[in-house]
Design a protein around this ligand. Structure first.
Ligand code: ADP
Length: 257
């Protein structure tokens, strides 16, 4: 479904992704782990075709995503419907007068009939406990409700692939629990980035780790990684501290979060 081959990216000469090879198949639930600045957001933006890789190839469902493909309106239209991305702090993007209009916005943009718009808006508002708020301006919602609204605004499109950039970073524990359950129930391909090691097992079942050197240092089962101190050290997620106690030297590990 998704394939990156030898992808590199840099900003102002500073490399932030190095030789990224990644294949994601339909239905996979991938967690993208890496410390701040390792390149997670950039990688998600490349997958969402918001930026093009400077080197290497991105193929989506057999189609090479490049400059000329992004000028193909039919391709872009179906791509934007099939793959959606939740940004960090997405609530800054809420701008419609009511929650209803916010949920309806992208469907209307994409030319859905008003009957279908209503059907989908009501379905997702109900699923996300937003029905009683439909007539309110989005800024009147609580922080957790705004986060739910942002995600609902994407899911109304009924996408095939959902990309989430550090979705739990600003969530209270209750909304975090809600999101974890939702991701489990959604049954679509998801790629979720996080720098929070403790949440990794909750967010998916395949782990891809971006190391401090901006390349993929691990791709596989979550449990295997969490048992491998060397790999965690290499990803900069763990720091080793040595200290002497009498004649003996001890090593301690600290999580870098
Ligand atoms: P992460 O999501 O893992 O924190 P990012 O992809 O956001 O990583 O950033 C990787 C590096 O690229 C960071 O050092 C960041 O400061 C830098 N960076 C991100 N976006 C830009 C940009 N638009 N211009 C310049 N530097 C950027």
């Amino acid at each position: 479904m998704i394939e990156l081959r030898g992808v590199y990216h840099s900003y102002d000469g500073e490399e932030v992704l190095r030789d990224i090879n990644l294949t994601v198949k339909e239905g996979e639930r991938v967690v993208l782990l890496g410390i701040n600045g390792s390149g997670k957001t950039t990688l998600l933006k490349i997958l969402n075709a918001l930026i093009l890789p400077q080197r290497g190839a991105y193929t989506y469902c057999g189609v090479r995503v490049d400059k000329s493909k992004l000028k193909d309106r039919d391709f872009v239209r179906s791509f934007r419907k099939e793959m959606v991305m939740l940004f960090q702090n997405p609530d800054v993007m809420l701008f419609n007068p009511t929650v209803y209009d916010e949920l309806a916005f992208s469907l209307r943009q994409l030319g859905f009939e008003e009957k279908q718009v209503e059907e989908r808006v009501l379905h997702w508002a109900d699923r996300f406990d937003l029905i009683e708020h439909l007539d309110k301006p989005p800024f009147k919602l609580s922080g957790g409700q705004k986060q739910k609204l942002c995600l609902a605004c994407l899911l109304v499109l009924e996408p095939k692939i959902l990309l989430l950039d550090e979705p739990t970073a600003n969530l209270d524990p209750r909304t975090t629990g809600w999101l974890i359950d939702l991701l489990y129930d959604l049954n679509i391909t998801t790629i979720v980035s996080t720098h929070n090691l403790s949440l990794v097992p909750e967010l998916g079942d395949r782990l891809v780790v971006l190391g401090e050197e901006h390349s993929i240092v691990y791709d596989g089962k979550i449990e295997t990684f969490l048992r491998d101190e060397e790999k965690m050290l290499k990803a900069g997620l763990l720091h080793k501290h040595r200290h002497k106690h009498g004649d003996r030297e001890h090593a301690h590990y600290h999580f870098h979060l």
